[in-house]
Design a protein around this ligand. Structure first.
Ligand code: HEC
Length: 101
């Protein structure tokens, strides 16, 4: 049982070795501005809105949470992000704030 657990842990960490490796963080940064991603976040947490990612009880807890959250947020404003744009945004947010490995 223990062995299986270790094997599973190993596999899942290998899969997530580099989250959003196909995302381009530079482009994600531009998209973040282009889609005005901070607009609602500013209202919620104040400042430039970036505290939404770093607040102690932030929602996104793992790399796997990030894309669904980006889909949810972009859906609310009717932004039709491509899969690549989602990856780019995720790469940017991960590099800058979340730092999931
Ligand atoms: C229509 C308003 C709105 C827009 C526009 C918006 N968001 Fe959000 N976003 C929210 C709200 C509200 C939350 C907080 C949800 C909560 O606390 O339950 C949030 C939370 C998030 C989080 C999670 C923060 C955490 O707690 O870890 C991420 C990531 C995120 N947004 C990304 C984006 C991106 C990327 C865009 C631009 C494509 C965007 N959002 C645009 C409303 C918005």
């Amino acid at each position: 049982m223990k062995k299986t657990l270790f094997a599973l842990l190993f596999i899942s960490s290998a899969v997530h070795a580099v989250p959003f490796a196909k995302g381009h963080a530079d482009n994600g940064k531009k998209l973040f501005t282009q889609y005005d991603c901070s607009s609602c976040h500013e209202g919620k947490v104040g400042g430039d809105g970036s505290a939404i990612f770093t607040r102690p009880n932030h929602k996104v807890r793992s790399a796997d949470d990030l894309i669904p959250q980006i889909k949810f947020c972009s859906g609310m404003v009717g932004a039709n992000l491509t899969a690549q744009e989602e990856q780019d945004l995720a790469a940017h947010l991960n590099q800058r704030y979340y730092k999931f490995k």
